[in-house]
Design a protein around this ligand. Structure first.
Ligand SMILES: [Cu+2]
Length: 125
């Protein structure tokens, strides 16, 4: 009798972490889908645009070179997945206003050299 109860309790305890994990995963999927839908709503599946906007987290700032390293969320307009990349910024962007760890909204623009540069960037409050 005692052994039976112990194993019943063990089964419940073992099942609980699995359930919690499943819930967390579902939540993440839902949030991701919502973002994708939002992007599709704003922009049609056209050729790569000259300008695009995104959100990301700053990893590092190089004020001398005028570049940032950013991990950005997918940018469907450009066909870019989530990635970590170095990106040059234009002179309009004040690199003194952001620091590593900041979450930012940013806008990129395609230059004549076919490279995207950050033309606007603002820390999300
Ligand atoms: Cu990128």
């Amino acid at each position: 009798m005692r052994t039976l109860m112990m194993s019943a309790i063990a089964a419940v305890v073992l099942a609980m972490p699995a359930m919690a994990e499943e819930k967390a995963m579902d939540h993440g999927k839902l949030a991701g889908q919502k973002m994708m839908d939002h992007s599709k709503m704003d922009h049609g599946p056209m050729a790569k645009p000259v300008e695009a906007s995104g959100v990301g987290v700053i990893n590092s700032v190089d004020r001398e070179k005028g570049t940032i390293n950013i991990t950005h969320e997918p940018m469907p307009e450009l066909g870019w997945p989530t990635m970590t990349m170095d990106m040059p910024v234009t002179k309009r962007v004040d690199l003194g206003a952001v620091k590593p760890g900041d979450q930012v909204d940013f806008k990129v623009k395609l230059g004549r050299d076919k490279q995207y540069r950050v033309m606007e960037m603002e820390a999300v409050k």
